[in-house]
Ligand binder design. Sequence first.
Ligand SMILES: [Zn+2]
Length: 67
Amino acid sequence: MYAEPICIACDVERKLTDIAPVKNRHDMLSYECPQCLSIFRLVVRRERRELAETNPGRPIFAAAEPA
Ligand SMILES: [Zn+2]
């Protein structure tokens, strides 16, 4: 999960209120300040979450080495 940004005007943590998919496998996260209600938007890559969902239990790193 991503760290919640701080509203620099109020010095409080913003709350994640919306996640909207955007192009190129990115998500736009909307964080709302509970005091001044301003919205901070952040676009992040989605691929890490997709990997976890589409490849359950599959190891990412091969650990086999010849004895
Ligand atoms: Zn604020």
